[in-house]
Design a protein around this ligand. Sequence first.
Ligand code: HEC
Length: 400
Amino acid sequence: MPIDTAYLLDCLTLLLRWLHVIVGIAWIGASFYFVWLDNSLRKPTDPELLAKGIGGELWAVHGGGFYNPQKYLLAPKQLPSELHWFKWESYSTWLTGFLLLSTLYYSQAGSYMVDPAKAALPPAQAVAIGLGSLVLGWLVYDGLCRLFIERSQLAFAAVYTVFVAAMAYALNHWLSGRAAFLHVGAMLATSMSANVLFWIIPGQRKMVAAMARGETPDPIHGKRGKQRSVHNNYLTLPVLFCMISNHYAFTYSHQQAWLALLLIMLAAVLIRHFFNLRHKGELAWRYPAAGSAILLGVFIWLAPSARPQATSPVAMAPTLAQVRPILAARCLACHAAKPTLMPSAPAGLVLDSDAQVLANAARIHTQVVQLHAMPLGNVTQMTEAERTLLHQWFVAGAQP
Ligand code: HEC
């Protein structure tokens, strides 16, 4: 039996996505754990610990064992023979993410990245914009970090937010909504991984090398590492939203989707801030309250407009017999038991029979009429007249 390349691609993305989620959990889990640890440490009372240079410690019980992590003010006097590093969690998350982005988006840019209603870009140009955003995102972020290392971190956050807003705006105007959201997330996540690769790990290496020479490590490495890892911590929730946003067409299909994205990410940062403060013993409920209010406001704002009344009497409404040829021409290349443009029907949605169309009428109406999210990238060139006919059929009761 000949092996279908589209099917192989499906298997490949399955493995990549699975792996990406696994290593992502390991990375973000470690990040959450260390921020929690740092914020929960208490100054030791034992004079022996203080003399050793311990600045904070805590006690925890997990999985039937008692743990007593201790953090040195600067570094231990003697380097331990075995030291654990945390870097592959981050590198492997970026690598699997980039491979997934390439197999899903860059190799099928025509349908996944280009939205002719926004900009009729050649696929190669859409890919270049996507890749460029990852690089530019890092250069600007890194420059801002250097500029603000001795200045207010709040001022940094304000300037960086303006930059992210500009990128979200630009990407949403050049690329399809789903590609734009994913690239904003990938841009932030690339900077997070680059932080680990270019600053956090090299800084730690320099500290360790200084100690091996019997010198006291320069505290600037610790300071820089801390700045970057705090940023990484605040970026986790916004990035995770971008990564799952593709399942929610109502977020990325809106006319002002870039603003919706920005507000959702802001809400995520506020909620993250609450947890960071809570570890230190402060319960600042105003942050999650503000975050939830923003999310609620965005959901209300994005709600598709209420269904307009049928313009024609039901007797004159289009029939399923008129709808079927449209779906056949515009959808079945993907949504069929044996699709030609996809290895298998996306979202499990097959529209071959009357019964399947009727059962999914509301889903079809939402994606095609309300959100304009389907046909994907409008590769099958559905017309406005066809969307209107579908709409009239639906509001008249989606009769067989
Ligand atoms: C080029 C391929 C392609 C074409 C053509 C296409 N779709 Fe899709 N469709 C997809 C993909 C891919 C998804 C999965 C999107 C996702 O993962 O969120 C999808 C998902 C959907 C969903 C499910 C969304 C959800 O999560 O509930 C609906 C409904 C849908 N399409 C309807 C249609 C209709 C109706 C047409 C024709 C007018 C159409 N599609 C044409 C590729 C296509």
